[in-house]
Design a binder for this molecule. Structure first.
Ligand code: PEP
Ligand code: MG
Length: 755
């Protein structure tokens, strides 16, 4: 059935006129529903707006009882309208009342209408409301009518997002779009930041939605598509890594989509309804994004992400906007929001202006998080649809202490957070005052606090925290942030810089811990079912010794004439340590033969992070110069919880008997063997973790630079003997509950320790 009044293009033109009229918000909405109903030969047209309390309020109707406007409110999952909103997909029914989700609202008088066509009002993947047409007759709306209604919904989305409708709302029940909201995600990097939104992948600003000249728009679309395909071909021909740093596989996927007839067809269809080429791309993007948010299949989500990226490229092509915000465009107090971000991209932002980060993906152990922590930038991850929740320039607060973000916060929230920022700054100043104080417990036990590092940007922290050195230098970070494999000379240069910065303080270099989940962007990924248990770290190093030998050589050369400490990751049996140590001997011989200055002293040790090593400690300790416990991995393997999977990573407590008993055994054995012992996992970065460790005999800890102050403040007030006397019996006694966090907290309170 064709529309009576000239089809969607005429409708769009009339809508544009209505949008420009100087009338009240309600009048504008009322006119819009009349126009749509008339154009689509529908007896009913209604607009429901999603409110901040997650309900849908009827804002305008043609055909239903007028009295129901602003009175009928549905929960976001109620009825057919709720179904359209929650699923973010259209619903086309010729007999609505026989649908199981149908819910009858007598005040609307809708019982006489049988057919129903509802579409979500979407903007950047967010549902802002629902647009519905209904007819008495049992008719099925045809594809063009659905298209037309979706196109119209885009215009309504802009109207709702403009904030104009807030005037019609009861206080506290305003439209959800552009209202303040809180979202809870995961903590990636501690700290609090107040600032303004910058989108890492800027949404293209569309000025004209409605086409003036249809053939011209089709031509624009075709030209842009052709250019997109040609660009992709050129990038793929040119070589491995393209302009944006994308990986070849991603580009291949882009090319496949760019040549996909289905995608092209959808875009053309959207233009045919009367949209400009760029608005047509946005229409199709919005559907893609909504599908992506609903999908739980990781493979499909990845493909939809690719398709979305491609859509952005096409849109930029059409409106001629640059890829990322340039440094000059970055506002002061920028909070960058991205779907995902690599560490290199983060380092590209101007450190002076970047205050915080919000990601849709990314966990605390991802590399972007490690870099954010190194830079001291608060970051929150796992925020659903992060790039769609705010517009550039919106006020936003990142609370990296609780994992929340506040978009367009109220004045009260903003004031409360500003006060917390001032409070934290005062505390930071107090920690700074502790910098030069010896790190000794109340009962005279010396505790060595070192920092974890991995990039040149970490080096100033050695001095400004007053640390005893670097207890863990993660050499893989240099490999991960770059666009290509660092040459041996680049590695040598970094290691020299590190040793120079540390001066007489010790640095423990850990050899490459790559592979598995720590994939290098420029190396072909090995697909493994369980990457954390896979071909990684020393396993890869021993199987492909070229890389490891090159690194060892760079380390030995950097350490020429000074003391050097080398540590191997993921050692699972003593023989692996022997083999790795043999590589060091071999490189030493080589350098000696070639007349290089050798280190004055070399200490070789290993991480203890694979549970099997716990049962080889006697043999291992005879061979190593030192050990350092990697509590992150040890915890992951002992409890069998994936540290990168937010669903399970917090399921068990690190402050629990099985973990602490294992750590105590390690301490006892290494003391008996008189081998130096440290712990460099996240546990040491928490005052409560440090308290337990000191109580079990640990006297050297390596932690993140930002944690050094709080941990030192705790150590200075601690009576280590008392702590040992408290914890020992708890670990010896069989207990119903495995967690001893509560007992540790009570002890800290009684002792006046700040945790
Ligand atoms: C650990 O596993 O505890 C550790 C310090 O190493 P990483 O976090 O780099 O795996
Ligand atoms: Mg580890």
């Amino acid at each position: 059935m064709r529309s009576a009044s000239g089809g969607p293009r005429v409708l769009l033109r009339r809508l544009r006129e209505t949008m420009a009229e100087q009338v009240s918000a309600q009048e504008r909405l009322d006119k819009i529903v009349v126009l749509i109903a008339a154009n689509m030969v529908a007896e009913v047209c209604s607009v429901y707006v999603l409110r901040i309390d997650n309900t849908l309020e009827l804002y305008a109707t043609e055909g239903l009882n007028r009295e129901a406007v602003h009175h009928t409110v549905l929960s976001a999952h109620e009825g057919l309208v709720g179904l359209v909103a929650s699923e973010a997909t259209p619903l086309n029914l010729n007999d609505a009342q026989s649908h199981p989700a149908f819910s009858f609202r007598p005040e609307t008088g809708e019982e006489i209408y049988h057919s129903f066509l509802g579409v979500p009002i979407l903007r950047a993947g967010n549902t802002l409301g629902v647009l519905v047409v209904q007819n008495r007759a049992k008719r099925t709306y045809v594809e063009e009518e659905l298209e037309a209604l979706q196109t119209t919904a885009m215009v309504l989305a802009e109207l709702i997002a403009s904030g104009e409708l807030s005037a019609l709302a009861q206080p506290g029940l305003e439209p959800a779009a552009r209202h303040s909201m809180q979202k809870v995600g995961a903590i990636l990097s501690e700290g609090i930041a107040l600032g303004h939104v910058v989108l890492h992948e800027p949404r293209v600003v569309i000025k004209d939605y409605i086409a003036e000249d249809l053939p011209k728009e089709i031509k624009r679309l075709d030209t842009a598509l052709a250019k997109l395909r040609a660009d992709l071909d050129r990038m793929l021909e040119r070589g491995d890594v393209a302009e944006g740093g994308e990986h070849r596989e991603v580009l291949e996927a882009y090319r496949m989509f760019a040549n996909d007839q289905g995608w092209s067809h959808k875009l053309h269809e959207a233009v045919a309804t009367g949209l400009t080429a760029e608005a047509a791309v946005e229409r199709v993007q919005s559907d893609t994004r909504a599908r992506m948010l609903r999908s739980t299949d990781p493979y499909l989500r990845d493909r939809l992400h690719d398709l979305e990226d491609l859509g952005y490229r096409l849109m930029r092509q059409l409106v001629g906007q640059d890829h990322a915000p340039s440094r000059e465009q970055l506002p002061d107090n920028a909070i960058v929001i991205a779907r995902a971000m690599g560490p290199a991209a983060l380092l590209d932002y101007d450190r002076k202006r970047l205050r915080g980060i919000v990601l849709e993906e990314g966990t605390a152990n991802s590399h972007v998080s490690i870099v954010a922590r190194a830079l001291g930038i608060p970051a929150v991850g796992e925020v659903p649809n992060a790039p769609g929740i705010a517009d550039p320039g919106d006020a936003i607060i990142v609370d990296g202490t609780s994992g929340s973000i506040y978009v367009r916060p109220s004045q009260e929230i903003e004031a409360a957070f500003a006060e917390r920022v001032r409070f934290r700054a005062r505390r930071q100043a107090q920690y700074l005052a502790l910098r030069d104080r010896p790190c000794v417990t109340k009962d005279g036990q010396k505790v060595e606090l070192m920092i974890n590092a991995g990039l040149a940007i970490d080096l100033p922290h050695i001095e400004d925290t007053g640390s005893a050195g670097i207890g863990l230098f993660r050499t893989e970070l240099q490999f991960m942030v770059g666009q290509s494999l660092p040459r041996t000379s680049d590695q040598l240069a970094l290691y020299r810089t590190v040793l120079d910065a540390a001066g007489t303080k010790p640095v423990t270099f850990r050899t490459l811990d790559i592979g598995g989940d720590k994939a290098l962007p420029y190396m072909e990924a090995v697909i493994e079912e369980n990457p954390a248990l896979g071909w990684r770290a020393i396993r890869l190093g021993l199987d492909r010794p070229g890389l490891l030998r090159g690194q060892i050589r760079a380390l030995l050369r950097a350490g020429g004439g000074r003391a050097l400490r080398i540590m191997f990751p993921m050692i699972s049996e003593v023989a692996e340590f022997d083999a790795a140590k043999a590589l060091v001997e071999r490189e030493l011989t080589y350098l000696r033969q070639h007349g290089h200055t050798l280190p004055e002293r070399i200490d070789i040790g290993t991480m203890v992070e694979v549970p099997a090593l716990l049962y080889q400690l006697d043999e291992l300790l005879k061979k190593v110069d030192f050990i350092s416990v990697g509590s992150n991995d040890l915890f992951q393997f002992l409890f069998a919880v994936d540290r990168g999977n937010a669903k399970v990573s917090e399921r068990f407590d690190t402050m629990s008997a099985p973990i602490l008993r294992a750590l105590r055994d390690i301490a006892r054995k290494s003391h008996a063997a008189q081998k130096s012992l440290s712990l460099c996992g996240e546990m040491a970065s928490k005052p409560i973790g440090a308290l337990a460790l000191i109580a079990m005999g640990y006297r050297s800890l390596s932690l993140s630079a930002t944690a050094l102050g709080p941990v030192k403040a705790m150590v200075i007030d601690l009576d280590a003997k008392k702590a040992e006397a408290m914890l020992g019996p708890l670990l010896d006694a069989p207990s119903g509950s495995v967690s001893i966090r509560q007992k540790l907290t009570e002890f800290a309170e009684a002792e006046g320790l700040a945790l």
